[in-house]
Design a protein around this ligand. Structure first.
Ligand code: GLA
Length: 378
């Protein structure tokens, strides 16, 4: 399927936005903390043509039902949207909710294509949201900057799609740069781009997608978020970002064991992000391995969001010489990453695949990613 096949004419513009991998800093975003993701060289493209009425039509290459779904700008409410098209309609709704005046705007025909794997924890949804947000902002001449667009994407994800996620994925997709990570303070949205220098160091990032499905709208993700809020309240702080590693003994006295372990993950993870940034700047990527592994162990043992498949991928990569490895994203499935020597890549990928077969797990999808530029008009 193409734009031309669905709508019978050629699109006027194309925008694209990438998925992301998080190098370190997991579940810290909604605790006002620090994250260190990068945009990857897997992108979603939105081909668009303006219409003269107030209708938005949406179709995609991966929607087997084929025909476009349409909604008027006068009918935009979360209840009027469902399925994957709410990632597109939700952006128009969210722009309006955030103050954009759409009263005199006209609609669009939109066609979505993507090579960001869905369900792997690589933010295929943020890639759609961010490409569409950048496009609508330009075409409607709304004048929002990229940080505001990240907020628009998060608002849509939270209220139109219904997943209680933080600001990390949209920030990475909008602010990413080639061969660099985005160091983001999720309280202030201050950002710094930090050189990854993988190429110069002969390193690559291997994604090991377990193909264990995760869903963030329900279950574990929301429960972890609630535990963090409970911990912050009991400790009398606005967010867990305000708790330091030195405060942990006092926290242990005040909190029940489970809440304490959730808090300890967030507090130590924030510190690991800061340590990773400093290490990358001072010593380069070869020196961050132990921080990645410590992050994984904290998610496995304290935050309890890993699954056996993720643990096996990480352990196998490390046994076969990876510099570091950890699960990435929300957890409960999805993917792990390993930082590996370019020459070792094939052997590590093969070892992970073999280990999965031996354990009776579904065959993983293992591939490399590179840090790439964020959302853009193509
Ligand atoms: C998901 C969410 C993000 C973030 C991560 C965990 O990817 O969308 O906001 O909370 O999980 O770090």
């Amino acid at each position: 399927m193409t734009f031309q096949q669905v709508y019978g004419y050629e699109p006027a513009v194309r925008y694209s936005a990438p998925g992301r991998v998080n190098l370190i800093g997991e579940h810290t975003d909604y605790n006002d903390g620090y994250v260190l993701p990068f945009a990857i060289d897997r992108r979603t493209t939105a081909s668009i043509a303006p219409r003269t009425d107030r209708v938005i039509r949406v179709a995609s290459a991966f929607d087997e039902a084929g025909g476009p779904v349409s909604l008027s700008l006068d009918e935009l409410t979360p209840d009027a949207m469902d399925g994957w098209s709410s990632y597109v309609f939700g952006i128009a709704w969210s722009l309006r909710e955030q103050g954009a005046d759409l009263a005199d705007k006209t609609g669009f025909d939109v066609f979505i294509e993507s090579d960001v794997p869905v369900g792997a924890g690589l933010s295929s949804s943020a890639a759609i949201e961010c490409g569409v947000a950048l496009a609508f902002n330009d075409l409607w001449e709304l004048g929002l900057d990229r940080k505001s667009l990240a907020r628009v994407g998060q608002y849509s994800e939270n209220h139109a799609v219904g997943a209680p996620t933080g600001i990390m994925d949209q920030s990475a997709s909008l602010l990413g740069e080639q061969d660099a990570v985005v160091f983001l303070d999720c309280r202030t949205l201050d950002t710094a781009v930090v050189d990854l220098a993988l190429e110069a160091n002969g390193l690559e990032v291997l994604v090991m997608d377990t193909r264990v499905e995760h869903a963030h709208a329900t279950g574990g993700y929301a429960a972890r978020r609630a535990s963090c809020e409970k911990g912050a309240k009991a400790l009398g702080v606005e967010a867990l970002r305000d708790v330091a590693v030195d405060d942990l003994p006092r926290a242990q006295d005040l909190l029940d064991d489970e809440t304490f372990r959730r808090v300890r993950h967030i507090v130590t993870e924030d510190q690991r992000v800061l340590d990773t940034v400093r290490t990358l700047r001072e010593q380069g990527p070869r020196a961050i391995g132990s921080l990645l592994v410590a992050s994984h162990e904290s998610m496995r043992d304290d935050f309890e969001i890993s699954v056996p498949e993720l643990d096996l991928a990480v352990a196998t990569a490390m046994e076969h010489g990876a510099v570091g490895a950890r699960m990435t994203g929300g957890g409960f499935g999805g993917a792990a990453i390993a930082l590996v020597d370019r020459e070792a890549r094939e052997a590590i990928a093969a070892a992970v695949t073999t280990a999965f077969a031996a354990a009776g797990y579904r065959e993983p999808n293992v591939f490399t990613v590179h840090a790439a530029q964020g959302a853009r008009r193509d």
